[in-house]
Structure formats: structure tokens, C-alpha cells
Design a protein around this ligand. Structure first.
Ligand code: ADP
Ligand code: MG
Length: 605
């Protein structure tokens, strides 16, 4: 084949792929431009996940007819003149590529007016061709509509996800801008309905609350300054963590970035200062201000990642700022706080005269999801265990199968186990010919129940039951659409769900397994689980596993329950048929073994 020079239109369409991956990338470029233009009011209109329409209207400085014409050319920018400018750039956009790219792959229309002119300009272009420019009467500012994104590149169109997934990505992008630019008013219309209204405010906390949907008490301020870095922003209280990352926002010099290491730094701080463990995600909105010389924002074509010249420093400063904020908020010395607050430890925690947090904790104590470990002594152990377990529902990314690996304890013959008794209402002591066993009564019983249920359900049709009274649950439109997208999976699991309204679901049939469970809370978990998008393969099996774990735990003997000899003997007896004796369903050990040899050795015998 002969070498050909590609025509400009094709070149632009190829280049467009670098800048524009999906509707959310268009949103990002256009809002950047509006903010760079000094807009105070931005209105965004989305139709069908942005596939049909993305429109952004601003009241910024606008463009003259000449600039409007130039704006859609490649490398057309008013923001930099030479390469040195790149390193000191303060504005958001600077590559002069966005409008060129977007107009090459859509039906593009731009209306813009500068205040000193009486008339505005309307420019239309379709897939980079048939450009028209005319005068039009319009308001000051710029109004850009993108219809049929990717229509000239059907292959790209195919990569797009469902409308609601694309819309979620779009909102994440908008939230990013709205969090930083709180003095700008944002209105978002989705399919012609107003779905977000963020009025301009002088207080970043007000905007943050609005976007994270939290009350003032639910978030704590973060603030730390070092010679090279300034951090400000907000984090959720530990008891407000959720199971997905949708409420995590990091900014470097006003630019939203995704940096897994820094997100991890925040989680580490939550883990060390508040005992929040794997699988729970604090909400955070953190603004890092750093000398532009020390970061390279130009490493990623879509500018989501940045490179720090001293990444280790940034990591530890972020962690420190969050830890300080948590400690201040809890006013509990860290040492007291930490050991009792591990996931899965069912130790009763004595609430140390907390100030404001205690009120909050009391309020959230009954919530299905609440990852709080600070629990009032008035609450029974059972409550606590359940709640603690709830933290684990849908949590880990572990393999959905029962673990098939072997370990030393397992390999060893259990032989005849002789019951010694119960200690502390928590542990069952038993001996065999070679040593002493200490079983965690809850963990072991839970494991046994898990295996029993799992055997029943694996590869079989799941028994279901019709609800005498169908249950209706109110949810946000996005939440309903997430469930609707996964409708088939729910049917496979034994649910029958109708979607009578945009903002409610109606459950008419459920798997037997879930009789008497709180469906509202359960479905909230589903939404979070699906939203986190960590599940794709073996989805049904994974969810089934989680449901069974849930069920296994709920019915199991609790830490703190006094046990009769007969009950303990039954558990030891069942151990013979328990396939994976050494781990509970969440991966904690079920028992500790001390051989008599080891004990002798310790006593210098
Ligand atoms: P960049 O933002 O990197 O300069 P773009 O392709 O996004 O490149 O925009 C090209 C130019 O068009 C900008 O430099 C700016 O001068 C102008 N422009 C784009 N959008 C707007 C807007 N909303 N208001 C005013 N000017 C705009
Ligand atoms: Mg731009």
C-alpha cells in the first residue's frame, strides 16, 4: 500500500480522540473555557447522557466575530504564546485544541458576543465541514451546543456506556468545577429538567455540603500550610464513609485530578486516626495549592493526572492534614481511639465523653451502613455486631468463591475435639491431642452458616417469594437508573422489581434468603455497590455471595452471647463438615491454636 498523507479532516478526527473520550470530556473542556472567560453564571443542558446534546451557556467575556472564527482552529488559543508560558499557566485550558477537536466530531454551534459589540456571532460547523458564520442578536457571553457527538466516528460512539453512566461521569466533572469555583453559579438540566442548582456563594463549605449532600456537622474542615504546599478543604466524618469513591475530589491548583496515591493517603489517615478500613471510602474535597514549578500538569492529555516533583512529600502532607482534622474533630486521643476500632472486632467500645461527635454517632447508630465503631454502651452487642457486619456487606474485592487455598492449621488433623468451655462470652476453648484451640464463636458460626447457605444456592435456582404487600422505595433518579440498568441481574437473583416512576422502585418478589430484611437499606447498598463499578465479571455470583455472607452473619451467634454446652458441642461437631474452618467469611481467623509443645516451650519445660 502506498503512503498517503491523511486529509486534515481525518487528522482532526484522530486528534480529537486524544482530547475527547466521552461526553464528560466535552463538558470538562467547555466549562474550563467558561471559567477562563470569567463567567459568573454557567448553565449546562444535557440530553441522553450527552450523546444527543451538550450545551453550555455562560456570561463570560465572550468572543469577537474574528475570535469566534479562530476558536475552532487547531492550536488556536488566547492563553499561551510560547512554551515557557506552559509552566506558569494559571488558566485551565491551554492547548488550543478543545474546540477544534469537538467541532470535528459533532454538529457544533457556537453563539458568542462581547459586550462592546451590539451583535453576536453564530458559527455552525458539522464534523469540521460546511462552516457558516453569521451575525445574531444575543446576550453577552458564549453559548455552545454540541449535538450528536461522535457521529462521524461510529467506532467511538460504540465505546460509550449507557446514558446514565455517561451522565454520572458528566456530573462528577461538573461537581469538580463547582466545588472549586463556588463563587460561580451552576445550573444543570438533565433531559430538560433542572437537576442541580448551585447558587453562587462566598463560603466553600456551603458548596461542598450541597454537592456532597451533607449537613454542616457531617463534614470537618482541613487546613494545613507548609512552605511548599497549602491544603484546604473538607472531609466527611468517619461515621459518614460510604462504599464508593464518588464523593472524592482532589484538586491541584484548581484543577481536579485523579491521583490514587493521594486518595490512598487520605484513606491511610482515616485508617490510622479513625479506624476506617479497607472498603470504606471517606468523602473528601481537598484543594492543594502548590508552586506551579513543582508540578507538571501536562503529563496527561486529558489533564487528570499531574506529576509532582516530590510526590512523597505531598503524600505525607496530605495524610497529616487529614489526620489532624480527624483528631481535632473527635477530640479523642489517637491512642485510645485506634485499637478498638478495627473492622470486624466486636469489642464493645466505651464511649469516651465525646463532644459533638457523640450526638452524631447516636443518631447514625442504627443506620445500616454506618461504619461507626464508636458505639454507646447502651447499645446491645447484637446491634453492634450487626452494624459492624453491615460495614462488610458488599465490601471486599475478594474472590467470590469459597477460598480454595490451604494453610498449615487446616492441614493438621483436628481429630477428636474436647470442649473446655466458653470464656468472656466470646471464645470457645477446646483441646485435641496436640494442643489448645481458641475459637471465635461468632466468626466460626458465621462461617458454618455461610457454607450451609452457599451449598444450597450454588448453581441452583434461587427460591423466591412474592411479597404480600409490594414494597415501594423512593430514590434519586440516578439511583433508580443504576438499578434499572442492572435489572436482569436482580431477576437472576430472585428479585422482581418494577420501575413505576423515575424516582422510585417497587419490589414485588424477593429471594427467600432475604425474608424480613430491610430492603430499603439493602437496595441502598446495591446502588453503592454498582456505582463503585468494581464488579463486572461474575456479577451475580459476587452479589449472591455478599447476600449469603450477610444472611450468615445476621443469624449467627454473636460475640457476647452466653452459650450452653450443647450449643458449643454442636459447633465443634459441625466443624468436621466445615470445609474452610480457619477463616470467617470476611477473611479473619476463626481460631487460634497453641500446640502443647509450644506451651511447654514457653513455660521452659
Ligand atoms: P484553549 O482553551 O486551550 O485555549 P479551546 O479550543 O478550548 O483552547 O478554546 C480556544 C479559544 O477560544 C480559547 O483560547 C478562548 O480564547 C476562546 N474560547 C473558547 N470558549 C470560550 C468561552 N466560553 N468564552 C470566551 N472565549 C472562549
Ligand atoms: Mg479550552
Amino acid at each position: 500500500m502506498q503512503i498517503q498523507i491523511l486529509p486534515p479532516q481525518v487528522r482532526d478526527q484522530i486528534a480529537a480522540g486524544e482530547v475527547v473520550e466521552r461526553p464528560a470530556s466535552v463538558i470538562k473542556e467547555l466549562i474550563e473555557n467558561s471559567i477562563d472567560a470569567g463567567a459568573k453564571n454557567i448553565e449546562i443542558f444535557i440530553e441522553n447522557g450527552g450523546k444527543d446534546l451538550i450545551r453550555i451557556k455562560d456570561d463570560g467575556h465572550g468572543m469577537s466575530p474574528e475570535d469566534a472564527e479562530k476558536s475552532i482552529l487547531r492550536h488556536a488559543t488566547s492563553k499561551i504564546k510560547n512554551i515557557d508560558d506552559l509552566f506558569a499557566i494559571q488558566s485551565f485550558g491551554f492547548r488550543g485544541e478543545a474546540l477544534a477537536a469537538i467541532s470535528a466530531i459533532s454538529n457544533f454551534e457556537l453563539i458568542s458576543k462581547i459586550s462592546k459589540n451590539n451583535f453576536g456571532t453564530i458559527l455552525k460547523i458539522s464534523a469540521g465541514e460546511n462552516k457558516t458564520i453569521e451575525e445574531i442578536s444575543s446576550n453577552n457571553g458564549t453559548d455552545i451546543s454540541i449535538k450528536n457527538l461522535f457521529f462521524p466516528t461510529p467506532a467511538r460512539l460504540q465505546y460509550l456506556k449507557t446514558n446514565s453512566t455517561e451522565y454520572r461521569q458528566i456530573t462528577k466533572e461538573i461537581f469538580g468545577f463547582a466545588l472549586y469555583n463556588y463563587e460561580v453559579s451552576f445550573k444543570v438540566f438533565n433531559n430538560k429538567k433542572l437537576s442541580f442548582d448551585f447558587p453562587a456563594t462566598k463560603d466553600p463549605k456551603v458548596r461542598t455540603q450541597k454537592i456532597l449532600k451533607k449537613s454542616s456537622d457531617d463534614i470537618c474542615p482541613v487546613s494545613l500550610k507548609t512552605p511548599s504546599l497549602k491544603i484546604s478543604g473538607f472531609i466527611s466524618r468517619p461515621e459518614n464513609c460510604s462504599q464508593n469513591r464518588t464523593s472524592q475530589f482532589l484538586f491541584v491548583n484548581g484543577r481536579r485530578i485523579e491521583d490514587h496515591r493521594l486518595a490512598f493517603a487520605v484513606r491511610e489517615a482515616f485508617k490510622q486516626s479513625a479506624g476506617i478500613e479497607h472498603g470504606y471510602y471517606p468523602a473528601f474535597v481537598l484543594f492543594l495549592e502548590i508552586d506551579p514549578i513543582l508540578v507538571d500538569v501536562n503529563v496527561h492529555p486529558r489533564k487528570l493526572e499531574v506529576k509532582f516533583s516530590e510526590p512523597g512529600d505531598v503524600f505525607s502532607i496530605v495524610k497529616k492534614s487529614v489526620s489532624q482534622s480527624l483528631e481535632k474533630a473527635s477530640s479523642i486521643p489517637q491512642n485510645n481511639f485506634q485499637p478498638q476500632t478495627r473492622v470486624g472486632e466486636f469489642t464493645k467500645y466505651t464511649e469516651p465523653g465525646l463532644n459533638s461527635p457523640s450526638k452524631k454517632i447516636q443518631q447514625t447508630a442504627g443506620s445500616f451502613f454506618s461504619p461507626t465503631q464508636l458505639v454507646s454502651q447502651k447499645k446491645s452487642n447484637k446491634d453492634f455486631s450487626e452494624r459492624n457486619f453491615n460495614r462488610n456487606l458488599f465490601d471486599s474485592d475478594e474472590n467470590f468463591n469459597t477460598p480454595e487455598t490451604s494453610n498449615n492449621i487446616e492441614d493438621q488433623e483436628l481429630g477428636e475435639l474436647k470442649l473446655i468451655g466458653q470464656v468472656a462470652r466470646k471464645y470457645i476453648l477446646a483441646e485435641n491431642k496436640s494442643g489448645l484451640f481458641i475459637f471465635d464463636q461468632h466468626a466460626l458460626h458465621e462461617r458454618q452458616r455461610f457454607e450451609m447457605f452457599w451449598k444450597k444456592f450454588e448453581n441452583k435456582k434461587i427460591p423466591t417469594q412474592k411479597l404480600l404487600v409490594p414494597q415501594t422505595i423512593k430514590m434519586s433518579e440516578t439511583e433508580v437508573s443504576i438499578l434499572n440498568e442492572n435489572k436482569k441481574d436482580f431477576e437472576e437473583l430472585g428479585f422482581k422489581i418494577n420501575f413505576p416512576q423515575d424516582d422510585e422502585i417497587k419490589i414485588t418478589e424477593i429471594p427467600n434468603l432475604l425474608e424480613n430484611e430491610n430492603l430499603e437499606k439493602l437496595f441502598q447498598n446495591f446502588v453503592d455497590y454498582f456505582e463503585s463499578e468494581r464488579i463486572s465479571e461474575h456479577k451475580i455470583k459476587k452479589i449472591l455471595r455478599k447476600l449469603i455472607e450477610y444472611k450468615a452473619c445476621r443469624g449467627a451467634i454473636m460475640f457476647g452471647d452466653k452459650l450452653e454446652t450443647k450449643e458449643m458441642q454442636k459447633i465443634l461437631e459441625d466443624l468436621k463438615h466445615t470445609k474452610f474452618k480457619w477463616l470467617c467469611a470476611h477473611g479473619r481467623p476463626n481460631y487460634i491454636f497453641h500446640s502443647f509443645d509450644e506451651l511447654d516451650h514457653k513455660f521452659h519445660r
